[in-house]
Design a protein around this ligand. Sequence first.
Ligand code: EPZ
Length: 415
Amino acid sequence: MNKFLIKGGKPLKGTVTVSGAKNAVLPIIAASLMTADPVILEEAPDLIDVSVMTEVIESLGARVTRHGSQLHIQARVLESIEAPHDLVTQMRASIVIMGALLARQGRVRISHPGGCAIGSRPINWHLKGLEALGAEVRMDHGFLDVKAQALKGARIYLDFPSVGATENIMMAAALAEGTTVIENAAQEPEIVDLANFINEMGGKVRGAGTSVIHLEGVQELHGTTHTVIPDRIEAGSFLLIAAAAGGDVLVQNVISDHLKPLLAKMVEAGIRVVEEGDGIHISGDGLYQGVDVKTQVHPGFSTDLQAPFLGMLSRAQGASMVTETIFENRFMHVDELKRMGADIKIEGRTAIIKGVPSLTAAPVTATDLRAGAALILAALTADGTSEISGIHHIDRGYERIEEKLRGLGAEIRRV
Ligand code: EPZ
């Protein structure tokens, strides 16, 4: 297993450009199954998760070729309705092909995705929404067998604004007969990007980005070329790394509107955050105050930024409280940060952090991709050379991260 060796203690300087959003491109790749026409995705990041999702749709009969940051996709004829078990277990996000396959051909077989490091991650709300649209769901030897003679529009109230459930329901409703209203829908920017993609293919989606989404079913969808939005979580991770390491960094290709809670919290901590064109400029000496934060669904503070934010707080002046309300087990980076000298106590869903003046390098392990970002941040500020293993998690969601960090003067090597 390869590792990152990171020599910390140096301020960072320069410009880093954010890639396309992983959590936008994954559902959009699934949605490209809903048309027989060619689809071109611009700014599609080259990530393990994106390769797995393309393998999933190829196994169903779609043709996919990558040309730099462009993905060319065509699902002219679908040859299978079953997503391969090994791919689905590798990446639970593949569950969003359910809505697209039901819309395209009324049938899908997919293994019930397991949990992952950060929680059990059930899909009950996905299935409830698809059943409301007329699908029949059967569990058969660990496989979900979902059938729908005809999908009919319905009014669906989500118990919780689940991102994946909203995406699956949107895709199934796009080609259903009649009107669908999704209430208490997820409002993340990636939902808006998926809605824009479906509309560019001739769909009729209104209200994405608010808690009520209206869809008029259409007969069929045609091809399109779509530019994926920038990855707000990658952007936030780099902003936090720059603030923690100190120096003078411009993070480019950012839609600051997607990062309001993070930027507000960074300003509250006394970090200099300046918007410059399509970028955000962070400059400072790596000193800042502790602040309290609670993760919420969008437009609240993103759970995906909790780990790197907590990493930054471990060296703040003063104490902080971080409460994780979205996932039940998303503090695994805490034990690793404590090995680097962080002073953190966990009480249920809240981590209490007492800032320490500096962290010390140590061999640590990334348990999930955002925990990996937190450990990279910590290693870049620690005295000495840290060794981070489990970096395949990081490659799932951060494109060429060591190259981007070396561009800022960081001493990081993949061994
Ligand atoms: C998406 O996951 C993201 N992944 C996650 O990003 C992100 O953390 C999450 O949304 C929340 O913003 C992708 O977009 C590929 P949810 P998703 O359904 O759709 C529970 C990353 O780091 N739940 O909003 O799975 C669930 O267990 C990843 O890039 C049910 O109980 O998130 C969780 O506790 C990690 N039943 C909570 O809701 C359901 O039917 C939020 O899940 C569905 C979800």
